[in-house]
Design a protein. Structure first.
Length: 300
C-alpha cells in the first residue's frame, strides 16, 4: 500500500516523523510574533534570493484600487466616447465652405487717413458747426432775443451808457404791452443813423396822459415812479403830436394801438413829449436783463 500523499495532514494518533530538513512546507505562513494574526498564502511566487518578491494577487488588486482613487484609468480601459469623438477630424487649416469665394476681412476702422485728408475733414466739420451756429444766432435774433447797447444817458439811473441789455422779442406777440415795461422800438425819425430807441412805457391806449406839477398823471391820478432819481421832475413839451386831442396843450388822449414812452432821465430824454405816441407794431421787444458790465448783471 502506498504511503500518504505529500502535503496531507497525518492521521490522528499516528507517530509519523520526518527526517531533519525534510519537513513539508505548511500551508499557513506566520507573520511575526503576533500568534493570532494569520493571512493565507494565495499562491504568489516565491522570490529568489536577491530579487524582489512578486506581489500577490491581493496586493495587485489594492494597488489598482489606489490608482483608480486618484483618477487613473484602469489598465486596458478607455474613457466613454462622445458624439464629438465620432465626428470626422477637422483640419484647422482647411477653409470653411465658401470661404474661397468670400472677400477678405477688412479692419472696420480702416487705415488711418493721410494728414492732409484729416486736416481737410476737420476744417469741413468746423465750417459746418460755424454755419449752424450762425444760422441759430440769426434765428434767435430775428424771433426770440437780441442784445442792445445803451448809447446815451436818457435811461439813467436804470440803464447807464454802454450797458448791454437782452431784449425779449416774442413776448408782445403773445400779450399786450404793460405799463412800466422798458421797451426797444423803431426810431420814429428822431436823429439820423439811429435805428432803435429804448424808453419806459407810462401810458397805454385809451388813457389820458397829463404832465402836471412836474409829475405824470394817468386819467387824473398821479403815477408813482420809484425808478426816477430823487427830485426828478417831468416837464411838459406841449403840444404833444399824434394825440387824439392834438390841439390840447396840457394832456394827451392816447390813440388806439399806441403807447406813451418816456426816458427815466426826464431832463435828458427825447421821448413821446417830442414825437408823440409810439405805434405798438413798432415795438421790437422788452428789455429784461442787463448782461454788461459784469458787476451790474441783473434784471431791468
Amino acid at each position: 500500500m502506498a504511503g500518504p500523499a505529500a502535503g496531507s495532514a497525518r492521521a490522528p494518533g499516528g507517530d509519523h516523523r520526518h527526517p531533519r530538513g525534510h519537513r513539508p512546507r505548511s500551508a499557513i505562513s506566520y507573520r511575526g510574533p503576533d500568534a493570532g494574526a494569520v493571512s493565507p498564502v494565495t499562491g504568489g511566487a516565491t522570490a529568489r534570493p536577491g530579487e524582489p518578491a512578486e506581489p500577490s494577487p491581493a496586493e495587485s488588486a489594492w494597488r489598482k484600487a489606489a490608482s483608480w482613487a486618484v483618477g487613473a484609468q484602469p489598465p486596458g480601459t478607455q474613457p466613454p466616447r462622445t458624439p464629438a469623438d465620432d465626428a470626422a477630424p477637422v483640419d484647422d487649416a482647411a477653409p470653411v465652405d465658401g470661404a474661397d469665394d468670400a472677400a477678405p476681412v477688412e479692419d472696420p476702422d480702416g487705415p488711418p487717413p493721410a494728414p492732409g485728408r484729416r486736416a481737410l475733414s476737420v476744417a469741413v466739420e468746423w465750417l459746418v458747426v460755424l454755419v449752424c451756429a450762425l444760422g441759430l444766432a440769426l434765428l434767435l435774433k430775428a424771433f426770440l432775443v437780441e442784445v442792445f447797447i445803451i448809447p446815451s444817458g436818457s435811461m439813467e439811473p436804470t440803464l447807464m451808457v454802454d450797458n448791454r441789455v437782452v431784449v425779449y422779442k416774442l413776448g408782445y406777440r403773445l400779450h399786450d404791452v404793460n405799463r412800466g415795461d422798458v421797451v426797444v422800438f423803431d426810431n420814429p425819425g428822431q436823429g439820423p443813423g439811429i435805428d432803435d430807441l429804448i424808453k419806459r412805457v407810462v401810458a397805454l391806449e385809451g388813457e389820458t396822459f397829463e404832465i402836471r406839477d412836474g409829475s405824470v398823471h394817468i386819467d387824473g391820478t398821479r403815477l408813482e415812479e420809484p425808478y426816477l432819481q430823487a427830485g426828478e421832475s417831468t416837464l411838459p413839451k406841449a403840444p404833444i403830436p399824434g394825440c387824439v386831442n392834438e390841439a390840447a396843450s396840457t394832456y394827451c388822449e392816447v390813440p388806439e394801438g399806441t403807447v406813451i414812452v418816456l426816458g427815466d432821465s426826464r431832463e435828458d430824454s427825447r421821448d413821446s413829449r417830442f414825437f408823440g405816441p409810439v405805434d405798438v407794431d413798432d415795438v421790437v421787444g422788452r428789455a429784461f436783463m442787463k448782461i454788461w458790465p459784469p458787476n451790474d448783471i441783473g434784471g431791468v
